[in-house]
Unconditional design. Structure first.
Length: 80
């Protein structure tokens, strides 16, 4: 679910409904640094506020909060 920087309270309330680890993603270009995974609700909340406060510039104005998925990550590029 995505949240704008003008609604940090809603984002933190949503975090409270999830089980750790928490996944926070800046919804913009952040030079490969825009994903935070936290095992602690307090730390996740602080990271969320920092992201929305400008840590990643304009990329953090919108933050996506996701359920953590355990497993192997795979990216596939196909040219036809």
């Amino acid at each position: 679910k995505s949240f704008n920087s003008d609604s940090p309270g809603e984002a933190i309330d949503f975090l409270k409904t999830l089980e750790p680890p928490y996944v926070l993603k800046a919804d913009g270009l952040a030079a490969g640094k825009g994903v935070i995974i936290s095992d602690n609700l307090k730390d996740a909340g602080e990271e969320l506020k920092a992201m929305m406060g400008g840590r990643f510039g304009d990329a953090g104005k919108k933050v996506v909060i996701e359920e953590f998925l355990k497993g192997i990550e795979l990216s596939v590029f196909v040219l036809t």
